[in-house]
Design a protein around this ligand. Sequence first.
Ligand code: AMP
Length: 396
Amino acid sequence: MKILVINAGSSSLKYQLMDPDSGEVFAKGLCERIGIDGRLTHRALEKDIKVVRDIPMPTHAEAITAVLEILVDEVNGVVKSVDEIDAVGHRVLHGGAKFTESCLIDEACKQAIRDCIPLGPLHNPANLMGIEACQKIMPTKPQVAVFDTAFHMTMPPKAYRYAIPDEYYENDSLRRYGFHGTSHRYIAKRVAKLMGRDDLKVINAHLGNGSSLCAIRNGKCQDTSMGLGPLAGVPMGTRAGDVDTTVAQFIANKYNKTIDEVLTILNKKSGVLALSGGLSSDFRDLEAGANAGNEKCQLAMEKFAYEVKKYVGAYAAALGGLDVLVFTAGVGENGPTIRRMVCEGLDFLGIKLDEEKNQKRGEECIISAPDSKVTVWIIPTNEELMIAQDTAELSK
Ligand code: AMP
């Protein structure tokens, strides 16, 4: 089977053509600058080909057309015709409380995604554009929506409710939803397989440019650090993470900014980028800076690791113990320094890293010491595989 996985953003669209059973990726790439001019970067993995082409992409439809054209291209392609693609899986940011799992896309599903636009105003419209472009160009292919929020719908009310007046929950559905759900679900499944059991208390630390932690019991989400939107939780590349809302009020009043402008500051100009004095949102740069004696870079890394550590403690308490701690995503998979800083001093929770094993990068492996009560893993995440597997299952 060959599944096309699409992750559409407002001006970009990532894709992978893959086998949902073996996980083999035949081709992958990125359309950028949609609505501006348009650029396609495409890789055909087995042929070891990478091409970059400027192609006009006024809308997502032209981007999808360009993707399909290059997938069937004699030189750069990986299939003979579009008929070889069995179905299309779409990453959709916000499924609200309605979607507890992935769904085959029909008019009702599209309407429900549309209804969630107030909850995911930046991403859901782009996700819908990706879906509609695919439906237009491949009308006979089954399309599946896989929601970033769905895995978190097993949270109990005490985890997902905000302590704000009831009407905002009853009338407006304001609550914690959480994100990176497809990644957290992949890790939950993978941990159960690797440990040979699923009755586990697991904390998954998805640490990338965006970061979230998830408390998982028996394979189900109990709590997660992101909230109504992806701004909450630990500091991220450019997002502030948890900040007293009084900060937003202060900035708005003193600097005469609208709430949207303040939110742009908290989403795009904050996080470790801000703490490093604007130097970088990339942890490789921060580490190099800290090693060269830059105190702001050092603080950025310390603040990030400290907040992640606090969530580990909080979620161990919420779960009533801990069997497994997982590090995943860009920083989690590739950042020994951050992993060490997070785990330092957590011996009392039964977390003891093996410093040598912790030097590993991007490899599925245990990095805890043999006498660590908690097993600490690096598990490279694979959201695309989850999307492809759900799509294959639902389009049968
Ligand atoms: P992601 O959002 O999961 O793609 O993660 C991207 C982030 O991973 C980048 O911003 C980097 O900060 C981080 N990253 C990637 N490689 C490394 C590395 N070798 N060491 C530390 N951080 C890394």
